[in-house]
Design a protein. Structure first.
Lengths: 111, 114
């Protein structure tokens, strides 16, 4: 089955530093998405990248996708304490109605 | 604009008791609807999804069931709760398109079974 798996499981950085999280998956996808979850809350969609795209930007977020390696990375530049959250990747299949979420990366940005 | 509601926000239930969690969506028609469960500090496990009224797909065998009595209403139920049913339950919706793009999540229900 297609399964996003993020690494690292946990990441702790200082405010102002960049944070990079990675996601690997197993099968062909149509798109890959990154979501953010604050503790005890619902998930919020951050960015979607399609299988024919290699890189996408949104504000301080930069996502790359390498379909040959079945991997993606999320880069948060100039991190802030408010970026502290769990980040999940989710893969959308070519003909599926749903996604598969990875276990997430817990990011802590220290002031 | 579209909004998604879930209730209750928290719930503590004894083992063996019934369960009913409700999710409603406003501002859109014929959405895909989803129920996920999240164990503490873990990722999301898809439990059920629905592409229309009365159409329910189950992803994993379990003690739970789902129903979609109206276009924008999705209900998660159990006749007898188990300890292992504890977790954070999230409802989500997406535009009914292939492939599915963005999912919009509700605030979640934290269920504790004692």
């Amino acid at each position: 089955s297609q399964q996003g798996e993020e690494d690292p499981q946990a990441l702790s950085i200082q405010e102002g530093e960049n944070a990079t999280m990675n996601c690997s998956y197993k099968t062909s996808i149509n798109n890959l998405q990154w979501y953010r979850q604050n503790s005890g809350r619902g998930l919020v969609h951050l960015i979607l990248i399609r299988s024919n795209e290699r890189e996408k930007h949104s504000g301080r977020l930069r996502v790359t996708l390498d379909t040959s390696k079945k991997s993606s990375s999320l880069l948060i530049t100039a991190s802030r304490a408010a970026d502290t959250a769990s980040y999940f990747c989710a893969t959308g299949g070519e003909d599926g109605q749903n996604f598969v979420f990875g276990p997430g990366t817990r990011l802590s940005v220290l002031p | 604009s579209q909004t998604i509601h879930q209730w209750p926000a928290t719930l503590v239930q004894p083992v063996g008791s019934p369960l009913s969690l409700e999710c409603t969506v406003e501002g859109t028609s014929n959405p895909n609807l989803y129920w996920y469960r999240q164990a503490a500090g873990r990722g999301l496990q898809l439990l059920f999804y629905s592409v229309g009224i009365g159409q329910i797909s189950s992803e994993v065998p379990q003690n739970l069931s789902a129903s979609r009595p109206q276009d924008r209403q999705f209900i998660l139920s159990s006749k007898k709760l188990l300890l292992s049913d504890s977790g954070f339950y999230l409802c989500a919706w997406s535009v009914a398109s292939l492939p599915v793009n963005e999912q919009f999540f509700g605030p979640g229900t934290r269920l504790t079974v004692l």
